[in-house]
Design a binder for this molecule. Structure first.
Ligand SMILES: Nc1ncnc2c1ncn2[C@@H]1O[C@H](COP(=O)(O)OP(=O)(O)O)[C@@H](O)[C@H]1O
Ligand SMILES: [Mg+2]
Length: 748
């Protein structure tokens, strides 16, 4: 942008603040135009998704990406005035103006040759103004942003199914057409060599004709070269289709996975999820590999069979009968194979679950010396999978064996029968018999691969069923743009909230009511399992099937846009996952538009600056997987810095200091007061020293609120709290008693 100090987009001004138009930069106007156009279709775009390097005007493609990420169809394109006026339906179109701003076209009037534009930065009530070609051409040279809700075949919210994948393949119309044309050409070419052989045998050999041989030889060379070229291009096209399909499926699956709620991942073992994803890869491979190859082979079949009929009708009928028998045999064995195969899959999944569990829990496995137990388990699962596989393959061996003689008849015995026919009554020539033999070999192969395809299709059915059971679970929120995006003050209230985890019978929260005024600290204590974490989970919208009301700033949580909600929170847990990358990257956590300065600010607030600067590479120090190069206290302070990076109004610390040694804990606690300034804090801890300074402390027991008050109040009136307090401060009490005892003695 011309203005290098363009306002950071993290804290946008409301588009229609106080109902009056504010002076804006062209970039801002352009963004407002896109927002307004998307809003017309009911999509609320998230401005923080639009990554803008400060002081740069993003290319039109960035807006397209932004809209697409919100689930819309979008395109930036160049059009002429005539086309613009012809867009008669009253849909907003964003005109990207030459100065970097934009106008919103809301309707057109071809009769008067004008379009109606609205200033995106103006107030809601502003009326559109008519503009003619001449006036518009002074500010606009034809660039528009077209948008509409995504429809058609492959949006992310379509459930995963075989149909979905097939549609994805069929969408590649042009490539598929080329492949089919190539295949037909190849099929036609395959009948040439046998016919040429026939000519050689019948004409050249019998009549000793050199000239025919030369011609035939030339034809053969030409056909061979041509065949090579065509097969090359066909393989090339198939490769294209497969790669594109791969990419599309990968994107789709990952997005779907990310949209699943956390409690889905808590319930499903990672091994099962991984397996589902492997299965989708299998489906893709099947469709672009064997499936496509067989379809193409069948095309060849349709070309060859008429030729065979011409050469020798009797033998052709024989071949077709054998073919039909092959298909029947394989179909007959299918149900049994299906059953055995699904058993094998189950066994494989069980095996995968054991593997992943062991890898994830390797520390526990090692420290408890559980290796033999895990090994036993693995041996058992491997044996079970092996047995199931053996059973399935043994069974599949039967149809393969039965089919073999039929295949032999089709390829070898036909020659004998044909020869007998020539000897018997002179039907056909020796040349045509040769040709027939060569061609009939090509019939058996597609039929066998067709029946293998049916076998494979069975595997695919299982794969699809498995993958869709996972991928089609209910996503967290059906519409990512749903819900309001208010700016939070930080007042939190729970009103008679009851919540039971799915599959559990006891209430995790039972009539919980409390209020946190904005900018204050709430401490949560209680035995493990009393529902403390559950409160924080409901607040973040992780579990949404509660009864009662959870409100932020008086607004029902369920009406708030989910990703907006989570972004407004900072959360630090007991065990925080640090990603592979530098310390700076870990603190910024991929948030757009933030720089090292922001990371340093957050680290300072979190008390992490001191140790980061002592590291050899400072903020560029690489954090390995599992972060072995950081101590627990350092990890925790990094996690706090990460939570603070976007200056959240509400910060949740759930047992954030519980796993730390007293020294690190004291360090983190010392920073909490500074961190809390101007924020609402929810601090869960079983160490009272971390929460005794909170404005309110809530004591929980078995999902119920036992008491709520300040530390001094609770020490006096709440038995549970007092018990915890004396338990954790016995040494102090003992010291105090000793001191008073000494005083007593000395006084005496
Ligand atoms: N993901 C979950 N699925 C089922 N039950 C859960 C889940 N998380 C917690 N619970 C149960 O809910 C109750 C409250 O748990 P939680 O809020 O984690 O307690 P706290 O944080 O106070 O230790 C416990 O009885 C616990 O077993
Ligand atoms: Mg907990």
């Amino acid at each position: 942008m011309d203005n290098p100090q363009a306002e950071p987009l993290e804290q946008p001004r409301a588009p229609y603040e106080n109902g009056e138009a504010l002076p804006r930069t062209p970039l801002e106007i352009r963004i407002l135009a896109v927002l307004a156009a998307a809003r017309f279709y009911g999509y609320e775009l998230d401005r923080t998704d639009m990554r803008i390097a400060r002081g740069e005007s993003p290319p039109p493609a960035a807006y397209v990406k932004w809209l697409q990420n919100a689930g819309m169809w979008a395109r930036a394109t160049q059009i002429r005035w005539r086309q613009l006026v012809a867009m008669s339906d009253a849909r907003p179109v964003v005109l990207l103006l030459d100065d970097g701003s934009a106008a919103l076209m809301v309707k057109t009037d071809p009769a008067r040759n004008v379009v109606w534009l609205k200033d995106p930065a103006a107030t809601f009530e502003s009326e559109p103004v008519p503009v003619d070609e001449l006036r518009l051409s002074q500010a606009w040279s034809g660039l528009v942003l077209l948008l509409r809700p995504e429809r058609g075949l492959a949006p992310d919210d379509q459930p995963f199914s075989l149909q979905w994948v097939v549609n994805l393949v069929l969408r590649e119309k042009k490539l598929l057409r080329d492949i089919i044309v190539g295949s037909v050409t190849l099929a036609v070419l395959t009948i040439f060599p046998p016919l040429i052989i026939m000519t050689v045998v019948d004409r050249v050999v019998t009549h000793h004709s050199w000239s025919t041989l030369t011609l035939v030889a030339l034809l053969l060379v030409a056909a061979t070269l041509y065949e090579a070229v065509i097969s090359w291009s066909r393989r090339q096209q198939i490769l294209f289709v497969a790669t594109r399909l791969d990419a599309k499926m990968g994107l789709y699956i990952f997005r779907r996975l990310l949209n699943l709620p956390i409690d889905f991942f808590e319930r499903k073992p990672a091994g099962e999820i991984m397996h589902a994803i492997h299965e989708t890869a299998k489906i893709k491979q099947f469709l672009t590999g064997r499936m496509l190859a067989t379809v193409l082979d069948l095309i060849t079949l349709f070309v060859i069979i008429p030729v065979l009929f011409v050469l020798n009708p009797m033998l052709t009928v024989l071949i077709l009968v054998c073919g039909a028998l092959i298909v029947t045999i394989i179909a007959a064995f299918m149900p049994g194979y299906r059953r055995l195969y699904s058993k094998f899959i189950q066994a494989e999944i069980a095996k995968g679950v054991t593997l992943i569990e062991t890898i994830h829990g390797i520390r526990t496995v090692k420290s408890l010396a559980m290796e033999p137990v895990q090994k036993d388990e693995w041996d058992k699962r491997t044996a079970a999978a092996g047995e199931a596989n053996l059973a399935a393959q043994k069974y599949a061996n039967w149809p393969a064996t039965l089919v073999q003689p039929l295949e032999a008849i089709m390829t070898r015995f036909v020659t004998l029968i044909g020869a007998a026919m020539i000897l018997e009554d002179g039907t056909g020539s020796v040349g045509s018999l040769f040709a027939f033999m060569m061609l009939s070999g090509r019939v058996a192969q597609p039929l066998v691969s067709l029946s293998k395809l049916i076998e494979d299709a069975e595997e695919q059915r299982t794969a699809v069923a498995y993958a869709s059971a996972i991928l089609n679970s209910r996503p967290e929120s059906t519409n990512p743009s749903a819900g309001v995006r208010p700016r939070f003050e930080g007042a939190v209230s729970f009103n008679k909230v009851e919540f039971t985890y799915p599959g559990s019978r006891t209430k995790a929260l039972d009539g919980v009511t409390f209020e946190i005024p904005p900018g204050t600290m709430l401490g949560l204590v209680g035995r493990s399992g009393s529902g403390k974490s559950t409160i924080t989970r409901l607040l973040q919208g992780i579990n949404r099937e509660y009864e009662g009301f959870v409100k932020i700033d008086g607004m029902d949580l369920r009406e708030i846009n989910l990703s907006h909600l989570r972004r407004s929170f900072g959360v630090v847990l007991q065990d925080n996952f640090l990603f592979r990358g530098t310390i700076r990257e870990n603190i910024l956590a991929g948030r757009p538009g933030l720089t090292l300065t922001d990371a340093v600010r957050a680290a300072r607030l979190a008390g992490a600056e001191e140790f980061i600067e002592r590291m050899p590479l400072g903020y560029e120090t690489f954090v390995e997987e599992g972060s072995p190069n950081l101590s627990g206290g350092q990890r925790q302070r990094l996690a706090i810095a990460r939570a603070l990076i976007h200056d959240p109004r509400i910060l949740i610390l759930d047992e954030a200091t519980s796993a730390l040694d007293p020294e690190s804990e004291a360090l983190v606690n010392a920073n909490i007061k500074r961190i809390a300034h101007g924020r609402t804090m929810v601090i869960v801890s079983h160490r009272l020293s971390s929460i005794m300074d909170c404005h309110q402390i809530m004591v929980m027991d078995r999902g119920k609120v036992v008491d709520l008050g300040t530390h001094d109040e609770l020490v006096h009136r709440c038995a549970i709290y007092r018990h915890l307090w004396t338990q954790q401060n016995r040494h102090i009490d003992a010291a105090a008693e000793a001191a008073s005892a000494t005083a007593l003695i000395q006084g005496n």
